[in-house]
Write a protein of this length. Structure first.
Length: 318
């Protein structure tokens, strides 16, 4: 542990280790992806995709290693027991900061298959990482404004078609489909602009969820509803690297997807889209109440660990 070092020094070391870890694993990732690109046949994909996922899993383990080395964050995690890395999962979480991605990967790595995120299309141009996400079949989504869609109605279901194509690939090997229903990071400005009815969340969107359930609904072992709370405020990425995140709370709920929401075609079936959206709104109301309760408990100070709480660094050690 390097927690004795000043925060800026820890941040610099963490940043260097992060970059070295990226470079080390992306070389192997790109080599495998190049073979798949040259030989775009399903039997080849079935053999190569598990290896691509193994490389990414080792990459995430490397991130967890430098996090343990440079940070002294108190991880309060509950609900990750009994998960299966050989099954298919739909994972949904609230979104406040880029740190959320590292939190989710750190907590769920090797417990469920590799998380595949729905990303904004612009992120494909991020140096090195954009190619890595492409190699791992992360779906890139185009976000159009309401004004643009009124002028170009044919683009209305473009993201849904992208989701459908991605999920068809995910059906080949065990996968965890990760979705941030808010579609963007929570800020007070966005919250006010949306007139969100929730105290701690933006309004959720259900398009990607509906497509994932339509294509992979029968394969999903469970739906994981993940709630991430930073009692001391959502950190910036630099604050995270410097170890200035005293505590992170993660709660994972394992739910069964209602049978009526599985299968079907949400692109053409408006009733199905509305049903999925209603279910999403119910989950979001419950999540908002859970966040309020966790923040309230944290503000009142420690009263002893919860009986079922799991320390992520202990459970993921090694």
């Amino acid at each position: 542990m390097l927690s004795f070092l000043p925060p800026t020094a820890r941040g610099g070391i963490a940043a260097i280790l992060l970059v070295l870890n990226i470079l080390a694993w992306t070389l192997a990732l790109f080599a495998l992806a190049l073979v798949r690109l040259v030989l775009p046949f399903q039997p080849v994909r079935r053999r190569l995709d598990p290896w691509l996922n193994r490389v990414a899993t080792a990459w995430i383990s490397g991130n967890s290693a430098w996090m343990r080395l440079t940070q002294r964050t108190d991880w309060d995690v509950d609900g990750i027991e009994g998960l299966d890395p050989r099954g298919w999962y739909m994972v949904s979480a609230n979104h406040q900061t880029w740190v959320d991605i590292f939190v989710l990967q750190h907590v769920l790595n090797r417990r469920i298959p590799l998380l595949k995120f729905f990303l904004k299309h612009e992120l494909i141009w991020v140096p090195v990482m954009g190619l890595a996400w492409w190699a791992l079949d992360f779906p890139f989504m185009r976000r159009h404004s309401d004004a643009y869609l009124r002028e170009h109605p044919e683009k209305r279901f473009e993201d849904l078609e992208t989701s459908k194509r991605a999920c068809e690939k995910f059906a080949l090997v065990p996968t965890s489909v990760m979705n941030f229903p808010e579609g963007t990071r929570f800020t007070a400005h966005k919250h006010a602009a949306q007139r969100s009815p929730y105290a701690h969340l933006l309004r959720p969107k259900a398009g990607a969820l509906a497509l994932s359930l339509a294509v992979l609904g029968e394969q999903f072992r469970s739906f994981l509803d993940v709630t991430i709370v930073y009692p001391d405020g959502a950190p910036s990425f630099w604050q995270f690297l410097c170890g200035r995140v005293p505590r992170i709370i993660v709660r994972v709920r394992r739910l069964e997807v209602p049978e009526a929401l599985r299968g079907g075609d949400p692109i053409t079936d408006s009733r199905l889209r509305k049903a999925v959206h209603r279910w999403q709104l119910q989950l979001w109301a419950e999540k908002d109440a859970l966040i309020a309760g966790l923040l309230d408990a944290a503000s009142r100070g420690p009263s002893g660990p919860a009986p079922t709480a799991t320390r992520a660094d202990e459970s993921l050690a090694g």
